[in-house]
Ligand binder design. Structure first.
Ligand SMILES: [Zn+2]
Length: 190
């Protein structure tokens, strides 16, 4: 594993000169990119400045370079139910051919001696982002009218309903009453 040299103007631009038109050749590398532009527009997105790591494999084929990537990064945003800030790990596997031909049949092309991974990685990452992210699988969300978090609301209901400490005190008062009555009864006897 070696760190691929990246173009500072476009960190997703990878030199593949050593593989072009050399079918059978392949190379593995690790790619670390500081995300230059936010990925995603939904409730969660990979922010500008996030670190994106990718285990890359480039294989030279007759018609192009087959690029495989295991991408690992983190998206941030809000829980779609309670709006709490959340981070969502993003892991996505990609495999696409970058063709030598500029035929429209191929979505991605080898540009002279390099491939531009930006659209490939961006599309895969954005597609993998959850549409309705949640802080926890069973997040109860917000009360539809008060807007309070429902979990808090449940605590509130619990406190206003009969508190066991008050029940114990009520029982104590009841027994005191009984004893008082007993004492007064006893006093009557004396
Ligand atoms: Zn939530």
């Amino acid at each position: 594993m070696s760190h691929a040299k990246t173009n500072p103007a476009n960190p997703f631009s990878i030199l593949v000169r050593d593989l072009v038109h050399r079918p059978g050749e392949s190379r593995d590398s690790e790619l670390t990119i500081i995300v230059p532009e936010k990925m995603g527009e939904g409730m969660v997105a990979v922010p500008e400045g996030a670190t994106l790591n990718a285990d890359m494999r480039y294989e030279s084929l007759h018609d192009g370079i087959l690029v495989s990537a295991e991408v690992d990064t983190v998206a941030v945003g809000e829980c779609s139910r309670c709006l709490k800030s959340i981070t969502v790990p993003v892991e996505v596997d990609i495999q696409e051919l970058f063709a030598y031909s500029s035929d429209e049949a191929f979505e991605y092309e080898v540009h002279d001696d390099h491939v531009d991974l930006e659209p490939l990685i961006r599309d895969a990452v954005v597609l993998s982002l959850p549409f309705q992210p949640v802080c926890e699988e069973d997040c109860p969300g917000l009360h539809p009218t008060t807007g309070e978090e429902l979990a808090k609301n449940l605590d509130y209901d619990f406190e206003t309903s009969t508190d066991p400490r008050w029940s114990a005190l009520n029982g104590f008062e009841a027994s005191t009453d009984n004893r008082d009555r007993g004492n007064s009864a006893g006093a009557d006897e004396n």
